[in-house]
Structure formats: C-alpha cells, structure tokens
Design a protein around this ligand. Sequence first.
Ligand code: FES
Length: 146
Amino acid sequence: MYTEKLLEHFRNPRNYGRIEDADGVGKVGNPVCGDVMYLYIKVDDGRIADIKFETFGCAAAIATSSMVTEMVKGKTIEEALQITNKAVAEALGGLPPIKMHCSLLAEEGLKAAILDYYSRRGIEPPQELVERLKRLRGEDTHDAAE
Ligand code: FES
C-alpha cells in the first residue's frame, strides 16, 4: 500500500533527532490515532538552517516527517509556510486515502514550530498561519487532509 519512496524514508529517516537549543519547537498529536510528533527548528537570517524531528507513529507519519524536513531545510520561513500535508504526501509518491490523516502531523509540526519561533521572538504571526493551525487542530481533520 506504500510507495517505494515512502518505505525508503521510513527505513532511513532524514534529520531524525532533537535540537537542544532550538529556536522553535512544535509538539503535535494526531487526534485520529493519538500519535505524536516533535519538530525542532534553528533559524538563521530568516532561513531554516537546521531541522530535526521525533515522531512516535506509523510508517506514513515517520516518512512524511522525514520528507517535510528535507523539503524545508535551507528554505525561508515564508517558503516553509507554503508547505501543505498534501504536498508532502505527493513528494512521497502519494498516500493511500486512509493514511492521509498521518501526513497532517508533518504539516502541523512544522507550522507549530514556526509559530513557537514567532512567539519566542515576540513577532506577530501571519493570520493565515494561525487559521491553518486552528483548522489542522480542529475536529474536521478529514477536511484539512484533503
Ligand atoms: S496511524 Fe497515527 S499517524 Fe499514522
């Protein structure tokens, strides 16, 4: 049911681990299954200089976590904010529909870490980010995953 690319990321996750002196940390849980993800970012000159994750979840959750870190490493915060769970799933060659909710952790973890970064710096976060996080955390996770 999984693509080769997804299985490869699951077996060899990129950027797995923790950043002790992170500039932003996102801790998120998947309301559908109870799985949990931590995402850590270091920001330098407006870019994501380093990123690591710890995900306690299924193969799809680990592979999408790994993929999202690869997609945003070195990107600006603004570019990172454009990433959706759908784009992460597509980069892995797709996910079976019943596993689409697993990819929500990757987007939500990244966005929660960026929100944490903004709040530590006393920066007002973009309204779009606040709205999207609300939606990702809301009851209607199926809708957010589409
Ligand atoms: S089953 Fe929980 S994230 Fe996949």
